[in-house]
Design a protein around this ligand. Sequence first.
Ligand SMILES: [Zn+2]
Length: 135
Amino acid sequence: MKRPIAFNHEFVEFIPEKLAERTIYVSINYATATHKCACGCGAEVVTPISPTDWKLMFDGRSVSLHPSIGNWSLKCRSHYWIKNDRISWAEDWSPERVAAFRGQKKTIRITSSSSKRKLNPLEMLWKLVTDAICK
Ligand SMILES: [Zn+2]
């Protein structure tokens, strides 16, 4: 799991051409927030702020964006939340990982059920008989 990253925020009229790392620029006039991808790949991520896009929350000290930012179209495919000027990484589950997890669960279930398996009546009788003979 990647560690959270502290971000800065800046309220600007125009989004600057050159973005600083780990800074989210918010233009209220243009209802847009822009930042450089938190993974460090350098890609610019533009998040329009509207009822159908992202919502910006400013609590007087820090900003948060909702919902999470999933850069699926970028090479890095990073997925994170900006909450109170911090990046918290969201899980990126690849189809392979999902499949592997399912397989793992299956294996655990099989082994636990076989170790807890009870003998059927015939096997129990046979065990009694063999125990008696062996004594
Ligand atoms: Zn990235």
